[in-house]
Design a protein around this ligand. Structure first.
Ligand code: TYD
Ligand code: MG
Length: 459
């Protein structure tokens, strides 16, 4: 390295900074994640805060004098999005939207912009990936645009700052942070120091001008926003847009929210004309379910605060090889193995020489323990080739002794199942007490099971 340090090393996972290369990051313990980057030049004389954001020195105030009025929020016109944001966008907030390439981040934000512009807000959409013409073409599929919606193709943060000062948009979209660069950092766009500097500048822009900023961030193979995890610490809200590329539904999840809970999810479907909301995910997930088939059962899971019913499918058949195949799609592979061991030991079912496939229909991924009982019952149903009643829904965690343990949010799960017309609900016995407030009428049967054997006896 040249004299008078010109470069430093950053962990590409968490942004840990070091003067020399390290094999393992002391911060996040990732191996081989250090990359060399030039040192950021600092501007002499001008404090970066006043240079870009125009933040004045503020006086501290007494905690009891601070107004408790709710932050004014702007609704995005997309209910599922508002729900995830905690009721709408908050002024001066910076929202990071992460997700795999092609999942629909740009489409979602374009739809948000369209609604906001139609509501009379001034919107500026800056893309470093697509030309205005390409965006226009995408917009064509989404529908009519009205009001003030400005498009710009730009990757230099300094220019963006100038444009924002000139145009004074209320909402700014940056697609994507990995394509942006600052002239003050000599590293390549997408590098740790560029992403960090860019986000820092946008943050000052948001706080200084009071505009709301959406930043798109790409995701690494491990599913984290590419570049430093520090990015997540800097912004106010982190949303992840996820889903199976082969299925059309998408889930918007908040993993951090300074202005709301992180328990909410939004469900969308990707269609020819953009994303549409799915207000009732259970109905959507259960459509096309085969009736009277063995190995199929409906499980009640909870995503955030929302109960979602979905079909669990299992196929158990004799193996033709010495080592049976086991496969789990949408759920945890090890959990399936464990459940099969429990069934073998506690119920005496000889499944050791059987291949087993478990699948959550619809492409959902759920690792909640409450799905255990459903998976176990689907396995038994397929193994014995006995179909389960069509109007039965189940949930419960299965322990190693074959006992069924209580799960959270039981009343919500039961309510959702009843709402969708299920008449028999198998659930943990120890959860039944919590159902006092739930209206159970007519022919609805709630079966409390304290062991897998109890539950299997029902079928
Ligand atoms: P896009 O928003 O470009 O993804 P990202 O910004 O996350 O990379 O989404 C692109 C995909 O969505 C692309 O495969 C085409 C599909 N799509 C539709 O199915 N319908 C539509 O109306 C639009 C605009 C895109
Ligand atoms: Mg995009």
């Amino acid at each position: 390295m040249a004299k008078g340090k010109t470069s430093v090393f950053f962990c590409s996972e968490c942004g840990f900074e070091s003067a020399k290369w390290l094999g393992q990051c002391p911060g996040c313990k990732a191996w081989n994640s250090f990359v060399e980057e030039p040192v950021a030049k600092t501007v002499k004389g001008v404090s970066p805060v006043t240079a870009s954001g125009g933040i004045r020195i503020k006086k501290p105030s007494l905690i009891q004098d601070i107004s408790l009025q709710d932050e004014p929020r702007i609704t995005t016109g997309i209910r599922e999005m508002d729900r995830v944001l905690g009721g709408g966008i908050v002024a001066s907030s910076l929202v990071l939207v992460g997700g795999d390439p092609g999942i629909g981040k740009s489409t979602l934000l374009l739809q948000v912009c369209r609604n906001l512009a139609a509501d009379g807000h001034k919107v500026l959409y800056i893309s470093g990936e697509e030309s205005p013409k390409q965006i226009r073409m995408r917009a064509e599929r989404i529908g009519e645009f009205s009001g003030q919606m400005l498009l710009l193709s730009e990757t230099c943060i300094e220019n963006i700052e100038e444009t924002v000062k000139e145009e004074k948009p209320e909402i700014l979209v940056i697609d994507s942070i990995q394509t942006m660069y600052s002239e003050e950092v000599s590293a390549a766009p997408g590098s740790v120091s560029q992403v960090r500097e860019g986000t820092g500048r946008l943050l000052r822009l948001a706080k200084g001008f009071g505009c709301m900023i959406f930043v798109v961030g790409h995701v690494t193979k491990e599913g984290q926003v590419a570049g430093p995890r520090v990015l997540e610490h800097m912004v106010d809200t982190v949303l992840y847009f996820e889903g199976d590329r082969h299925a059309s539904y998408r889930i918007l999840r908040s993993v951090k929210n300074r202005f709301g809970s992180t328990d909410e999810i939004g469900v969308f479907e990707m269609e020819q004309t953009g994303l549409t909301e799915v207000p009732n995910p259970s109905e959507y997930m259960l459509s096309g379910r085969p009736l009277g088939a063995s190995g199929s059962i409906v499980g009640c899971s909870v995503e955030g605060t929302r109960p979602i019913l979905l079909e669990i499918q299992a196929l158990v058949c004799r193996s033709n090889f010495g080592l049976p195949r086991r496969q789990a799609t949408g759920t945890d592979f090890n959990r399936v193995n464990q459940l099969m061991a429990v069934l073998e030991k506690r119920l005496g079912l000889q499944m050791g020489d059987q291949d087993a496939y478990v699948n959550l229909a619809g492409g959902m991924k759920i690792v909640e323990p409450a799905m255990d009982l459903g998976i176990a019952m689907a396995l038994v149903s397929s193994f014995k080739n006995v179909p389960v009643q069509d109007d039965m829904a189940v949930f419960g965690e299965v322990g190693l002794n074959g006992e069924i343990r209580a799960v959270n949010m039981a009343p919500q799960r039961v309510q959702e199942a009843i709402k969708l017309g299920f008449r028999t609900i198998v659930m943990p016995e120890s959860n039944k007490r919590s159902l006092k407030g739930v209206k159970i009428e007519g022919d609805i049967q709630i079966i409390g099971a304290s062991s897998v054997r109890d539950a299997i006896d029902v079928i």
